[in-house]
Design a binder for this molecule. Sequence first.
Ligand code: GAL
Length: 414
Amino acid sequence: MRFVKGLALACVLAGLLATVGVAKLSGELEIFSWWAGDEGPALEALIDLYTGMFPDVEVINATVTGGSGVNAKAVLKTRMLGGDVPDSFQVHAGQELIGTWVVADRMEDLTFLYEQEGWLDLFPSDLIGLLGTEDGIWSVPVNIHRSNVNWYIPANLTAWGVEVPTSWDEFLAIAPTLEAQGIVPLALAQNWTVNHLWESVAVAVLGADKYAQLWDGTLAFNSADGIAVWEMLDRILVYTNADASSLSWQQATDMVVNGQAAFNIMGDWAAGYLTTTLGLTPNVDYGWAASPGTDGIFIALSDSFGLPKGAPNRDNCLAWLRLLGSQDGQDAFNPLKGSIAARVDSDLTKYNVYGQSAAADWKSDTIAGSLAHGFAANEGFMNDFATVMEIFLAGRDPVQAANAAAAIAAQNGI
Ligand code: GAL
């Protein structure tokens, strides 16, 4: 078994050396991300490929734990402003990248790399648009994650006599049945996961078109539609666990696995956790569906890595970016991560049934941008939105929250 694994790695490495190049590199490569602990295996697989190709480079895997980068982004800011620049760092495609480090002129333009590698044709043009401005292309996407997924254990639902809800009204109708059996209807974790839930509820209440209008400024956050989102969230939160704010996203997923909770709305990094970390089989041990009311809509986000100006090991970073943009790199990383490749030529035979279904949905669904993961709005809005959510969780006043969201949209240029 070990021999077969070694042989497979050797074949991938031979292919990669042909595409990524055979330059002799040495020194260090520091990669900064929030893929720590049980979020780490996919990144570690990429690093293994890198060190297989460049054994003289010491890779420093600098992680700061905390789902959705809640802690890592603050540490990164301190390091960047203090001149302690990592060679490459994780950043979401979209406004999170463009509105921060690109505006601040801290990133190198990678257009030349896209041209050398043929990536202008190998990544979807809409995605390249999110990674670029008229002055350049600023990072390399390693994946596409889906945010609006509802996770559950099929056998448990059967035992509890409920079905997967296709709308939030259906969820609200079955939630008392679950509660009566001592089951938490919807597992929730720390506050960023409520922002994450909010975007799924917003898409369900508004539909994809009106949701997009929130971000282009043509639908006010405190319109009747905008208020309706917070009202629905308020009704849903009644059926979540009281200790949510002290749990990591993995612990909320665990509640579903352990039979304490029926459902959890989480991005498909949960598929990575369920399969890669917990060893569960998709479609057998666990099931999934679009979050209620969002069938046919794919709320997307993408993790990417760039080359900050002043990176101490620029050549090593360029080799890293070439690897994570390559077909072999993407198809080593994403099957473990629960995401799909950003490239259009991914080998789907390497993905499990969940990944294959996500790839099919990515092609056929209407695409919406994630707020909680940097795609839809700039960092200023995201930070302020987290405060709006905290106030909402304390006071549960939908109109006040909708007005506050409208105010921060104006302040942050939305
Ligand atoms: C997202 C990120 C995912 C995953 C998740 C949970 O923001 O894009 O790759 O890491 O956070 O931490």
